[in-house]
Design a protein around this ligand. Structure first.
Ligand code: T46
Length: 132
């Protein structure tokens, strides 16, 4: 599976670091929505869905969590732990986020407004959509 990480340029000086996210520049779509999750309990697993058309970029702005991504053919599991790195999540990728550090703030930029109809929340349905 082709996982794309976006390297986000850091503007650092003796005051600290700053990263700017700009649509069409380091974010490869029009940003319609931003959300973030935090205070995730120990042992919690989130996600368990794919999207029909949504594209997103996830950034662990603080702390870390693991991602399990599955395109129906291949699974890949990795830790997202760097605020200078964005994970591009395309449509039709099943995702599970887990093993959140207690301080994790996971921010997600999305190319569409929230729409429950865009979710595929049943794994068998997802499999039948990607492997017809
Ligand atoms: C995704 C992963 C990475 C809203 O009202 N608006 C929103 O924009 C979002 C994202 C969620 N919600 C509501 C819907 C649920 O009642 O917030 C609640 C929690 O959402 P959900 O269970 O979908 O959260 P996750 O962590 O399983 O998934 C989220 C995104 O929903 C999803 O698009 O790709 O993060």
């Amino acid at each position: 599976m082709n996982i794309q990480f976006l390297q986000l340029q850091t503007h650092g000086d003796d005051r600290g670091s700053l990263i700017s996210l700009e649509e069409g520049k380091n974010i490869p779509f029009q940003v319609k929505r931003v959300y973030y999750m935090f205070d995730t309990g120990q042992g919690v697993k989130r996600g368990y869905h794919a999207h029909k058309s949504l594209k997103q970029v996830a950034v662990a702005v603080r702390g870390s969590c693991r991602f399990l991504l599955d395109d129906g053919k291949e699974k890949i599991d990795f830790r997202l732990d760097n605020p200078c790195q964005g994970l591009l999540i395309e449509s039709f990728v099943w995702r599970v986020m887990y093993d959140f550090s207690p301080d994790c703030v996971l921010m997600v930029l999305a190319d569409s407004l929230y729409d429950e109809a865009d979710y595929v929340r049943d794994y068998a349905t997802f499999q039948s959509m990607v492997n017809p």
